[in-house]
Design a protein around this ligand. Structure first.
Ligand SMILES: NC(=O)c1ccc[n+]([C@@H]2O[C@H](COP(=O)([O-])OP(=O)(O)OC[C@H]3O[C@@H](n4cnc5c(N)ncnc54)[C@H](O)[C@@H]3O)[C@@H](O)[C@H]2O)c1
Length: 254
C-alpha cells in the first residue's frame, strides 16, 4: 500500500532524493529512492515518517524508531485497526500523529483516504498531512475515530469487494453462456464505464439504476432479484460489518 502512495507522489513530482524507504528485504523501490535495511542513526528535523508495515509489527518497529523521533517528526500511519492512542503510546515525542486509511487506487490518484488526528497535532501539521494526501484522490477527514474501522471497511477494503463483484459479474455471464474471455472483458468495462458515469452524474446511483431499467423491460427483472428482501444490501452490510469487526478486534490486540 505504501508503495502505491509513493508511486503517486513520485508521479506528481516528489523529488526521490527526499525519500528514504526502510524495508528488511532491501529491494529497490523506485529510481533515486534510497532503501535501507536497518534504522538510520538519526532523522532529519521535520521528517515525515509513513508507517506502512503490518499492524502487528507496530511494537517492534516503534522500539527502534521511536527513540529517533523528535517533537517535530510527523508520523503518518496507515496501519489498519491501530488507534491513535496506541500510536501516541508507542511514539511519545512527535506532536503530529495522523491516522490515514488509503485504498489501492491511490496509485492512480483515484484513491480514497480517510484521515483522523487529535488535538495534540498542531493545525499546521494537520494541514500538511492533508496536502500530502490530496494528490492521491479523495481525502476525507473523520471527526469521530470510533468510525474509523467502519470507514476502513467501506473504502479501504472496498476495492477488494468491487474486484470480487467484477469477477462474479463475469462468472455469472459465463454461467448463462457468454464465452469466458468476452464475459471478463465486458464485465470490467461495464463496471468501469458505469463508475465513471456515476461519478459525473447529477443524480444518485440509485436513480441511475432506475434510469437503466426500461418499464416492463429486462433490467427491472434483474433488479428485482438484487432487491428481493434487500438481498444485496444485506449482503454488503454483513460484508462491511465483518471487516469492521476485524478492525475492532485488531485494535484490542487480537
Ligand atoms: N493493502 C491495502 O489495500 C491497504 C489499505 C490501507 C492500509 N493498509 C495497511 O498497510 C499496511 C501494509 O499492508 P500491505 O497490504 O501493503 O502489506 P505488504 O506486505 O504489501 O507491505 C508491508 C511492507 O512492510 C515492510 N516491512 C516488513 N517488515 C518491516 C519492518 N520490520 N520494518 C519496516 N517495514 C517492514 C515490507 O517491506 C513491506 O513493504 C498494513 O498496516 C495495512 O493495514 C493496507
Amino acid at each position: 500500500m505504501a508503495g502505491q502512495m509513493l508511486a503517486r507522489w513520485l508521479d506528481c513530482g516528489l523529488d526521490p532524493s527526499r525519500v528514504t524507504v526502510l524495508r528488511p528485504s532491501g529491494r529497490a523501490v523506485a529510481e533515486g529512492v534510497a532503501v535501507l535495511t536497518d534504522y538510520p542513526e538519526k532523522l532529519e528535523p521535520g521528517t515525515t515518517v509513513l508507517l506502512g508495515m503490518k499492524p502487528y509489527q507496530l511494537a517492534d518497529v516503534a522500539a527502534r524508531l521511536a527513540p529517533l523521533c523528535r517533537a517535530d517528526t510527523a508520523i503518518l500511519s496507515i496501519l489498519a485497526g491501530t488507534p491513535l492512542a496506541s500510536l501516541r503510546a508507542q511514539f511519545p515525542a512527535p506532536q503530529s500523529i495522523v491516522r490515514a486509511m488509503p485504498n489501492l487506487p491511490v496509485g492512480l490518484g483515484e484513491g480514497v483516504t480517510a484521515l483522523f488526528t487529535d488535538e495534540a497535532t498542531p493545525p499546521e501539521s494537520r494541514a500538511q498531512a492533508g496536502a500530502l494526501i490530496e494528490p492521491l484522490g479523495l481525502a476525507e477527514w473523520i471527526g469521530d475515530e470510533a468510525l474509523f474501522n467502519a470507514i476502513t471497511a467501506l473504502s479501504g477494503c472496498g476495492p477488494a469487494f468491487l474486484f470480487r463483484f467484477v469477477d462474479a459479474l463475469a462468472r455469472a455471464g459465463e454461467a448463462i453462456g457468454i464465452p469466458v474471455d468476452q464475459a471478463a472483458r465486458m464485465a470490467l468495462a461495464t463496471v468501469q464505464g458505469s463508475a465513471n458515469m456515476a461519478a459525473r452524474a447529477r443524480v444518485s446511483p440509485a436513480t441511475l439504476a432506475d434510469q437503466v431499467a426500461s418499464p416492463g423491460g429486462m433490467t427491472r427483472e434483474g433488479l428485482n432479484v438484487l432487491d428481493a428482501d434487500e438481498r444485496l444490501l444485506t449482503l454488503l452490510t454483513d460484508t462491511l460489518a465483518a471487516a469492521r469487526d476485524r478492525g475492532e478486534a485488531m485494535a484490542r490486540g487480537a
